[in-house]
Write a protein that binds this ligand. Structure first.
Ligand code: HEC
Ligand code: HEC
Length: 392
């Protein structure tokens, strides 16, 4: 050990000179390490548990990538069989979609992986929901808040082949996919989605099985690589492999801990989402709106990503129910990245503010809390909206 140390230092210095962070792996190297090495997965999982421990973290720590080191190896989710059903798209005109794999990739070239990840994001049967069998017409789809394309395909819905036949499921894009009036845009939350209790606001759903009614809205996944923390409550520290682990464990718990997804597909979806950071609008940091934002907002929405780690719910003042106890409660919320915020609707963790203008009280809004920037004049708040909208 002693004698090898100088060599290691020399090697890291060489990397620094070459402009790399010592030990940093490329996205594809991370994807392969995640897929092939349980220790890498375990390390990423442990590093992602934020200071506010939650039952969500504890469940994952008990079961994820134990690499034979767990007290009970039967508990290791790595031992679950891999589930990779054939899927077929759903059309309202009665056409049956062609059955095929969700997506295919070898994790060989980044462009190909990202393309496969995009396909998988739009075709993965993420949440099986028999209530969706009734979607046969445009009106049915509209009632559930799902968009139908010109070709008659219901977006965000897929059928998966199971032992008991073909069953409908929401794909990632059913919740994280928005029709903006002209285009169906992946990764932006669907504010029209009507699943779960009719008393919950449109576009929200209770994704935690903790006996507490705390519906939240899906996050905009385009800035995910830039968020300081993951989840509305900020209970996970962000990281490239941590995001893959987050998506894998989501799919395991969705399958009642009986199957695990293909890690190749999970890695592809995750690298696809990372790539979306490049599609976010560029902001003019020299504008008057930028200066006002710097004064009123940047203490929490900080840095290039306009994002922050964690703010106590007392300070932000929004509805506390999702932060108190439950699976992910941390006593506060992260300050989400505001890159691309003008493309989103139903803002804040509970979807209670219609859009950015409502958050800033430029339009009437029912939401409580987050009373920041209200000392600014109307035209100053308008300048912040212009700044956040960025270049078209
Ligand atoms: C039924 C709706 C629904 C489906 C389907 C769904 N999600 Fe989500 N997703 C949510 C909600 C709601 C949240 C917010 C949860 C929270 O923050 O606690 C979320 C959060 C996330 C996050 C964390 C984002 C962040 O910024 O912290 C990731 C990553 C994610 N989803 C990925 C996916 C992927 C990948 C799929 C498909 C395999 C998927 N989701 C399917 C509803 C859904
Ligand atoms: C004290 C910290 C703090 C300050 C200051 C602050 N924010 Fe926030 N912001 C937050 C937190 C925390 C959330 C998440 C709250 C929630 O989901 O309940 C949030 C959420 C938002 C959202 C919702 C985004 C989404 O995707 O749902 C917008 C928009 C927003 N802030 C804009 C602003 C603007 C503009 C300013 C300045 C006028 C500002 N914020 C000042 C902490 C802050």
């Amino acid at each position: 050990m002693e004698t090898r140390r100088p060599l290691v230092i020399a090697a890291s210095l060489a990397l620094v000179v070459a402009g790399c962070t010592p030990g940093a792996r490329s996205p594809l190297e991370d994807a392969r390490a995640y897929r092939d090495d349980a220790r890498v997965r375990r390390e990423a999982l442990e590093a992602s548990i934020a200071e506010h421990d939650t039952p969500y973290g504890a469940l994952r720590a008990m079961h994820y990538a134990l690499a034979g080191e767990g007290l009970d190896s039967e508990a290791d989710w790595d031992r679950l069989p891999e589930l990779a059903p054939r899927v077929r798209e759903v059309f309202v005109d009665g056409t049956e979609g062609e059955p095929g794999p969700i997506a295919e990739t070898e994790l060989a070239s980044l462009d190909q992986v990202i393309a496969a990840g995009e396909r998988a994001f739009d075709r993965y049967p993420a949440q099986i929901d028999l209530g969706l069998t009734t979607i046969r017409t445009r009106a049915d789809a509209a009632r559930m808040g799902l968009h139908v394309g010109d070709d008659g395909r219901v977006r965000g819905l897929i059928e998966a082949e199971t032992a008991s036949g073909w069953v409908p499921a929401l794909t990632c894009s059913g919740c994280h996919g928005r029709f903006d009036g002209s285009t169906f845009r992946l990764a932006i939350p669907n504010e029209r989605l009507a699943i779960g209790s009719p008393s919950w606001p449109l576009g929200t759903m209770d994704v935690t099985d903790d006996g507490i009614e705390n519906p939240t809205r899906p996050s905009d996944l385009r800035p995910i690589a830039r968020q300081a923390r993951l989840h509305h409550t900020g209970n996970l520290v962000n990281g490239r492999i941590a995001r893959m682990v987050r998506i894998e464990t989501l799919l395991i718990t969705q399958q009642n801990e009986r199957f695990r997804p293909s890690r190749t597909l999970v890695a592809a979806i995750s690298l696809y989402l990372d790539s979306l950071a490049d599609t976010l609008p560029a902001l003019d940091h020299a504008s008057s709106g930028a200066a006002l934002f710097g004064r009123a907002c940047a203490r929490c929405h900080a840095g290039e990503a306009l994002a922050g780690a964690w703010v106590s719910v007392e300070e932000v003042g929004t509805d506390p129910i999702a932060t108190t106890g439950g699976q992910r409660g941390t006593g506060g919320y992260r300050a989400p990245s505001l890159l691309g915020v003008t493309d989103r609707r139903a803002l804040l963790h509970d979807g209670s503010a219609a859009d950015l203008r409502a958050v800033l009280h430029l339009d009437p809004s029912e939401h409580v809390g987050h009373g920041f920037g209200l000392e600014l004049s109307t035209s100053e708040r308008e300048a912040i909206v212009t700044f956040l909208a960025g270049a078209p």
